[in-house]
Write a protein that binds this ligand. Structure first.
Ligand code: COA
Length: 372
């Protein structure tokens, strides 16, 4: 069996930033327009008026201060409230492949490798811009990589599930060098017109290069991985290929975008993740005190504070559990990888950390790594 080692990570960050203040201003303008247009129905009690959003609420409920997006104007246009992205021809790279490629090149550069040396590409994300051909195969071609490629979707847990799949294939020898890439254009499936969730997500792409230990003088040895799922409707998106077959066809329905029962998610996912991490550490022979750092899924600051305390049995020091969600918001599967990419340089050989993501499904994935 080969040992898998993470030798490179890359982060693509879009150029456009939306601050909470800009977001709330646009939402409130949209709400005012909606309320004016529906004044009669609201007065008759047939339609519910839209309440204003607030910067104070967003920061307190989530810890998010801003988010990056692929298109800012469409999202902040009160008569539109979703991104405006150029239609590309089938002969040019798709937008997911384009941002994935940037992250992949950064991960390859960090490891001193080229795309031709890669023989597995997994595109793991919470939504794909088309059904087929796989985005991963397009990325494989753009990289000049060999071997094979495939897409997978486990929502916010896609990155860790992808790392487990790639690590297992490296262990058994079926591949030599894998890129797991997470292009997350969450702005496309966020409902920007719903104040309960309009602040949650941001866009980004991350990539993780995994090689055999014999090829990797430095990096993070993947000591073990653990994935688990348990069905829940509390985070759900009903958009899909059968949409036009339904009685109301392609109607602009609320459930065509991200929906969640936020409080239930909080209550149900936290114990599931805490138990999962404890069991994973125990199976791996790692004690919580051995952990030098946690790189957690970046959905919500209170969630991360809760988990850090549950896992370590005390309040974590800031550098033991770094957050990036204040700058990036929730970037679905990419969040824990951004945290890992930005806060792992200082690790010394022998030091151990844990990457963990969780979310829709429900799903939870964890990766125990050791600096070599
Ligand atoms: N601005 C102002 N007030 C708002 C608001 C906004 N943007 N959004 C909601 N509110 C109001 C609600 O209407 C509610 O008012 P009420 O008490 O009069 O009914 C109040 O603020 C509390 O809303 P609630 O939705 O219960 O807030 P919360 O404290 O539970 O926080 C989440 C909401 C989503 C941040 C929180 O539930 C959470 O973090 N859940 C975890 C799930 C998650 O992050 N999932 C992402 C995918 S993994």
């Amino acid at each position: 069996m080969h040992q898998p080692v993470i030798t490179g990570t890359g982060v693509f960050t879009p150029q456009n930033v939306i601050t909470n203040a800009e977001l709330v201003e646009a939402f409130n303008a949209y709400a005012d327009l909606f309320n004016a247009e529906n004044a009669e129905a609201i007065a008759a009690g047939e339609v519910q008026a839209k309440d204003h959003s607030s910067v104070e609420f967003i920061l307190k409920a989530s810890g998010i201060e801003q988010r990056f997006v692929m298109d800012k104007d469409g999202v902040l246009d009160p008569t539109r409230m979703y991104p405006r992205l150029r239609q590309r021809s089938d002969d040019e790279p798709g937008i997911m492949a384009e941002i994935a490629l940037d992250a992949c090149h950064k991960a390859l550069a960090m490891a001193g490798r080229t795309g031709e040396e890669v023989d597995l590409v997994i595109c793991a994300a919470s939504n794909m811009e088309r059904a087929y051909p796989a985005i991963a195969i397009e990325i494989q071609k753009l990289l000049g990589a060999g071997g094979f490629a495939f897409d997978m979707n486990v929502a916010c847990s896609s990155a860790t599930f992808g790392i487990q799949a790639a690590a297992d294939m490296i262990r058994t020898g079926s591949v030599r060098r894998a890129l797991v890439v997470n292009p997350e254009i969450t702005s496309g499936h966020l409902e920007w017109r719903d104040r309960d969730c309009h602040f949650i997500f941001g866009d980004v792409a991350t990539a993780t290069l995994i090689e055999r230990r014999e090829d990797a003088p430095h990096g993070f040895l993947i000591r073990s991985t653990r994935c688990a799922t348990e069905f829940s409707n509390n985070i759900r998106n009903n958009n899909g290929f059968l949409r036009r077959t339904r009685p109301d066809g392609v109607a602009d329905r609320r459930d065509m975008q991200f929906m969640q029962e936020g409080r239930k998610v909080f209550k149900e996912v936290m114990p599931m993740v805490a138990k999962h991490i404890h069991e994973h550490l125990s199976e791996t022979g790692v004690k919580p005190d051995d952990l030098h750092r946690l790189w957690l899924h970046q959905a919500n600051k209170t969630m991360n504070d809760f988990l850090g305390k549950k896992v370590l049995g005390r309040d974590p020091e800031p550098d033991e559990q770094p957050n990036i969600l204040q700058d990036y918001a929730n970037t679905s599967s990419a969040g824990s990888i951004i945290a890992f990419a930005k806060y792992s340089d200082d690790f010394q050989p022998g030091e151990i950390g844990l990457i963990c993501s969780f979310g829709a499904g429900y799903s939870v994935g964890s990766v125990v790594v050791e600096r070599i």
